[in-house]
Design a protein around this ligand. Structure first.
Ligand SMILES: [Zn+2]
Length: 56
């Protein structure tokens, strides 16, 4: 079971090969080997680099 790397929650859905989406904090993340890349989803659906400082 995948856990969200941001909130550590389990409200995670798979959206593609190695791609997951957290319904709690609205981020998408991708597993790239040992690295997890985290993106925010913009209003137009595009992915932007997740900025940890934006989350208090
Ligand atoms: Zn989350």
């Amino acid at each position: 079971m995948m856990k969200c790397p941001v909130c550590n929650g389990k409200t995670v859905g798979r959206v593609g090969q190695g791609q997951f989406y957290c319904w709690n904090c609205f981020v998408e993340y991708q597993l790239c080997g040992d690295v997890t890349k985290i993106f925010s989803v913009a209003e137009d659906g595009s992915l932007i680099d997740y900025e940890p400082l934006a989350i208090s």
